[in-house]
Structure formats: C-alpha cells, structure tokens
Design a protein around this ligand. Sequence first.
Ligand code: AMP
Length: 476
Amino acid sequence: MCGVLGIWGRSEVAADLIFGLTTLQHRGQDAAGAITFDGSFHVKIGRGLVSRVFEDRHQERLRGTWGLGHVRYATMGSTDVEDAQPVHVNYPYGLAMVHNGNVVNFAEVRENLYTEHHRLVDTSNDVALILYTFAAALEQRDLRALTFDDLFSCVDATRRAIHGAYAVICLIAGRGLLAFSDPHGIRPMVLGVRQTPKGPEYAIASETTCLDYLGFRVEGDIGAGEAVFIDATGTVHRHQGPREKPAFCVFEYIYFAREDSVLQGRVVAAERERMGRALADVVRRAGLRPDVVIDVPASGFLFASSMAQALGIPFRRGLAKNHHIGRSFILPTDEERRRMVGLKLNPIRGVLEGRRVAVVDDSIVRGTTSRRLVELLRGAGAREVYVISAAPPVVSPCVYGIDMSTTAEIIAANRTVDDVCRMIGADAVVYQELSALRSLYGEISCCDACFSGEYPTHVDREALDDIRREKEDAGR
Ligand code: AMP
C-alpha cells in the first residue's frame, strides 16, 4: 500500500507537495519521493519518513508549479530505493508517474513490453510497467496533434494490458496532470480544487485528509475505470473508460485509511464505529460479559469504544503505545515481530488486574500481535482475555497491494476460530462476521478477497506464488 499525491498549481508547488506527503505518511513509511516540473524534471527520492527524506534544500531544488509525490509502504520484498517512486521517462514525452496498488500480471506485461516495444523493464517496481505501457501507447500516436481523446484511449489501452489494482497519477511534461484508476476502482483516489487569486488549482490524492490539510475542496472520488486530465490551461477533462463491477478495498475502511478521510462518500471513522457496534452483537451472542473493553492503540480505538458503548461496558485505555517505533507487522521473522509488540505496547497497571478484559484490534493476520498481547495482559493481572477482531478472519493473501502475508503464515487460513483461540492462548476469540460487514458496506461494492477468497480480477497461481517467493526471500 502506498500514498500518492499530484498537484497542478499556479505557484511553486514543492512546499505543499512535501507537507501533503506527511498527511499520507500512514500509508507508507518505507520511502518517499517527489518530482516537479518547470520545463525540466526535478526529483528527490529517499528511504524512510518524509521528514527524513526532504530537507529545506530539496524544497528549493524542487522547482515548478506541477508535481507528484509518493510514500511507499514497506512490503518486504523491495525496500530498495531503486524501487521507490516517482519514476519518469523522457520519451516519447517527458512522463512521470506514481501509483498505489499492485499489478498481478507483471511477468506477462514485462514480456510483452520487450517483445512488442523493445522496452526492457529492469526493476521489480510495477509502476514502471504501467509507465512503459502508457508510453508505448502514446508512441503510436501523432504526438504533435495529440487530442484528449487520444490521451484517454492510451489510458484505456494501458488498462487492457495491466491487470490488478492501480490508482495512477501521471505528469505529462508541459501538457498537464492525468490520473486514472483500474476498472474495479480497488484503490482510493480523490480530486480536489482550491481557488487562488491566480485561478483554480487542483490536487489528486489517495485520501481526502490530505486535501483538507492543503485547503482543497473535495470534488469526489476518481472511481472504477475513470480518468481525469487537467490540461495546461487548467481545464479538467473526465473520461469513463472500461468499468467492471466496482470492488473498493474494504481494508481501507478497517485499517488503512485515516479515520478523518471520506472514501466513496463515507467517513472512515463513522464506518469503524458502525463496525464496532456490529461487533457488540457478536460478543453478546457469544455470551461474553467482559468487565472492561480496551483497544490496541491506535487502530483498535474506534471499534473498541463504540463496541463498549453498545454493550454498556466501560471502555478504558489499557495499553500505552510507544509511537516512535517502526511497524512490527513488516518485520521478517516471527520472533522479531513478537519482540517488537512488547517494545511497542505496555499494559497500564490497575486497569486490568482481576478483570475479564476484551481487547479489540482491527484485524488478526498472523496472530503474532494477539499472542503477545494475551501474554502481556495476563502478566498485568487480567483474569480472562477475550481477543476481538473488527475484521472477519483473514483467510487469503491480498494481491492488490496490501501486505497480508502468505496463506501459510495467515493464522485463520484453514483453521477454526477455536484453533486460533488456542494458538494465541486467549480465553475467547471473536471475529466480525463477514455477512455483517457486507451488510454494512451495502451499496458500496467492495473487494473483500482477504476474508472471502473472492478476487475481483483474474488471479493466477503466478501472482500468489510471487507473493510467497517475495516473503521467503525477505525472511532469508
Ligand atoms: P498479526 O500480528 O500478523 O496478526 O498482525 C495484526 C496486526 O497488524 C494488527 O494489529 C493490525 O493493526 C496490523 N496490520 C494488519 N494488517 C496490516 C498490514 N497490511 N500492514 C501493516 N499492519 C497491519
């Protein structure tokens, strides 16, 4: 998972671009990058947090009124900076690109680019595939007389070649900013406008929180199969390309997006509270009567507090979190992840002693976090520990860009809830029910392949094998 940002401005854009990336930092902390255009491209890419990558001198160097930015999420295979974004080419146009998602037919597209267009893709970065495929489509056109229809038909040609999830923003040197989503609209992307004395400016970002901070009014989502082009005069052109059944990633609502964002017209925080209330029903039906509900900070908070309220049980802060420590989820070995949970979370004495504690997390993937938490809570005196997951059991890997691990590592794959409970050492485990979750997102057609195994696009063994290999390589 990553965060993308594109700004079409009328004044120098670097400061907004860099600040905007900090508001998307939750979407990726592994690398950050930006590119601006003022007749030439200016690029800065580095590893780590936005605040670490960009210094004052970079802001001065990133000249221009249009720009793209990216924060990269650490999936384990590629933490190299060579795989970071933006990427750019100078032929047939100056083109720069950022994307969020994952291409599932990587090998096929790479082969095709070589045999059909003599373009060699020598990185494992899938945005390069999208960029080269788009560039190859553009190359077939009369570039001096390129119309908007031409541009959009190149986007549609790219969509026919690339399968998977992608929310793409492309800066076309001297021409404008282009954004397009895959035919299912799996990953989020929103458009905003800001009035300035010089005229309107535009921004495209993964989430509305970024637009809010930068002072852009949200115009709406760039949905399934849609493309938007802001030309050099500042005119916005929209195009609806081939559209499949929308399949917006439900995990954005559960974990990934920030709670103040509005995705597909719904406030993420409100969705999490609704999920929390639905969880209360399952806890009640399971016959559990905890004395206190606590959250796994910070992602469990909204689920836990609304669940507690619906149950009429006190919600307390039972775990303190060290916020200045990296992600445990992406560490390569189970032992490292287990240790990291203990370094990150510390039980708050007095809240837990002698009590039946319901601890609410957004999801259980490998079960490492929950197992360690149960130990910590018992160590702090909890009489019984019930682990509550706001997500249904994760049973299948995500092939669309969320690091979900492999089937072999996923604790609930091929296991019952009782098995999971035993493995993590809890007194009870309660999961959100998939049917309840589906009725919550109702008319928004979502992708829930991680819980149902029903992938909206064709997924062959190759894509699943790639994920497994990537993890194995990283674990070595
Ligand atoms: P696990 O320890 O493998 O069961 O991981 C579950 C924990 O990791 C939960 O606390 C989540 O907040 C977090 N988490 C779940 N999915 C992801 C993800 N794709 N990337 C990073 N963290 C995640």
